[in-house]
Design a protein around this ligand. Structure first.
Ligand SMILES: Nc1ncnc2c1ncn2[C@@H]1O[C@H](COP(=O)(O)OP(=O)(O)OP(=O)(O)O)[C@@H](O)[C@H]1O
Length: 372
C-alpha cells in the first residue's frame, strides 16, 4: 500500500500542510527540531490512532489549536481510500472514505506502518512493559479482534485489582465475586496469550532469516514468548483456560496481600537470544541494535503475509546509526517494494547511491518544501 497524499492541520508544529508523496522513497531532511519526526509520527497516528512516543493525545494538537486534523489518501491493491482522523481534548473521530467509524479498532489497520526509530532499541533493552506495548501495537494493526480482547482484559484487570485492594484476606467474603472476575480474566487473558504466541512464532521465523542475512550468517536470533505462567504445549484454549484458573487459585492469598493480579498477559515478556545468549544481558550495543532492526524488518514481512500488502516503512533518524553493510541490507529490503519515509539531519549519512529513486523534501520550522 502507498500513501499518496498527506494533509495536516494544527498537528504539533504544523499549522497546515499538504504533501504529495513518492511511491518509493521519501527523504525528509532538515536541522534539529524542525518537524521531521512530527511528520513521520502523523503517519503513524493515522495508522494506529495513537502516537509511538506519547500516551498523551493532547500533545499532538498544535499549541495554538484545540483540535488536530489528519488526512491521508491511501492506494491499496483494490483501490484508493481516504482516511480522516481528528483529535481534540474531547476525544477522537475517525472516518474511512467519509464514513465515521464508531469503534477506533475498525479504523486501525486501514493503513499499515512499521516505524523504526532510535527509541526502538528499548524494545530489546528496556522494560517488559515496552515489549508488551510493541506486541499490542503490532498485533492490533493486523488483527482488530486483538484490540477488543485487550480492552476487555484491561477493564477486568482494573476492576479485579480494585477489588483485591479493597477486600484484603479475612475481610468479608470475597470468594464469590473473585470467581466471577477470575473467569472473565482467564477468558480474555487466554485469547490474548494465544494471539501473542502465534504472532511471535511467525515473527521468529522471519526475524531469524533476516538476522542471518544482516550478520553474514554469524548470528542466530531467537525470539521467545515468556508468558506469566508456562503454557506448555497446550494448543487447546479450554485447557489453557483451566491452567489459568489453577494458577490464579495458587496465588490467591498472595494477591490479596499485595492487592494486585499476579497472573496474566499483563505480566508477559518477550525474550531475545543471539547464539543462545540473552541479548538484553549479554548483547553488545551493536547486537541490540541489529536485533531491533531484524525485528522491524520481520514485521514488514509478517504484515505482508497477514494483510496481503506491504506496510509503509517509517525510518526516523536511524540510517546514520547503521554501518554501510547494515544500511545496504535495509535498503535492499524495502527498495521498490515498500514505500519508505526517511528522516535525517544530513544527506551524507544516507547512501543515496543505493536508492533507485527517491524524492527529497526539506523541513524547516513546520514547513515542508521540495519533492525533487
Ligand atoms: N503540540 C505542539 N505544538 C507545536 N509545536 C510542537 C508541539 N509538540 C512539539 N512541537 C515542536 O516540534 C518541534 C520538534 O519537532 P520534531 O521532533 O519533529 O523535530 P525533528 O525535526 O525531528 O528534530 P530532530 O532532528 O532533533 O529529531 C520542537 O520544536 C517542538 O517544540
Amino acid at each position: 500500500m502507498f500513501l499518496n497524499r498527506l494533509a495536516l492541520k494544527s498537528y504539533r508544529n504544523y499549522d497546515q500542510i499538504e504533501l504529495t508523496t513518492d511511491s518509493n522513497v521519501n527523504i525528509f531532511v532538515g536541522p534539529n527540531a524542525q518537524g521531521k519526526t512530527n511528520l513521520l509520527e502523523s503517519i503513524y497516528v493515522l495508522a494506529m490512532t495513537k502516537s509511538h512516543r506519547t500516551h498523551q493525545d493532547k500533545e499532538l494538537i498544535g499549541w495554538n489549536g484545540d483540535q488536530t486534523q489528519l488526512h491521508a489518501q491511501i492506494q491499496k491493491r483494490y483501490g484508493s481510500c481516504q482516511l480522516d482522523l481528528s483529535i481534540s481534548t474531547k476525544g477522537k473521530k475517525a472516518k474511512i472514505n467519509g464514513l465515521e467509524q464508531k469503534k477506533l479498532s475498525n479504523f486501525i489497520g486501514a493503513l499499515n506502518v512499521v516505524m523504526f526509530a532510535p527509541e526502538d532499541l528499548e524494545i530489546v533493552k528496556g522494560t517488559p512493559g515496552i515489549r508488551r506495548r510493541f506486541l499490542d501495537m503490532e498485533i492490533g494493526q493486523v488483527q482488530p479482534s486483538y484490540l477488543y480482547d485487550l480492552s476487555q482484559y484491561q477493564k477486568i484487570l482494573l476492576q479485579r485489582n480494585n477489588y483485591l485492594k479493597q477486600n484484603f484476606a479475612g475481610k468479608g467474603s470475597p470468594d464469590a465475586m473473585l470467581d466471577i472476575w477470575n473467569e472473565q480474566l482467564a477468558l480474555y487473558g487466554v485469547k490474548i496469550m494465544k494471539k501473542r504466541q502465534n504472532f511471535i512464532k511467525k515473527l521468529q521465523q522471519w526475524a531469524e532469516t533476516i538476522h542471518r542475512g544482516i550478520t553474514n550468517d554469524s548470528e542466530e536470533l531467537l525470539i521467545r514468548y515468556s508468558p506469566s505462567f508456562d503454557m506448555g504445549s497446550f494448543e487447546d484454549e479450554s485447557v489453557l483456560l483451566n491452567q489459568f484458573m489453577i494458577k490464579l487459585s495458587l496465588v490467591r492469598d498472595q494477591e490479596f496481600r499485595r492487592g494486585v493480579t499476579l497472573v496474566g498477559p499483563h505480566r508477559d515478556d518477550l525474550l531475545f537470544y543471539i547464539n543462545d545468549k540473552e541479548v538484553q544481558t549479554y548483547g553488545s550495543q551493536g547486537q541490540q541494535r541489529t536485533t531491533a532492526l531484524s525485528l522491524k524488518l520481520a514485521e514488514i514481512e509478517l504484515i505482508h503475509e497477514e494483510v496481503g500488502e506491504y506496510p509503509l516503512l517509517l525510518l526516523d533518524d536511524v540510517l546514520s546509526e547503521l554501518d554501510e553493510y547494515r544500511q545496504t541490507q535495509l535498503i535492499r529490503t524495502f527498495q521498490e517494494k515498500v514505500q519508505t519515509f526517511i528522516t535525517t539531519t544530513g544527506l551524507e549519512s544516507v547512501h543515496l547511491d543505493q536508492l533507485n529513486h527517491a524524492s527529497l523534501f526539506h523541513v524547516l520550522k513546520g514547513n515542508v518544501s521540495g519533492r525533487s
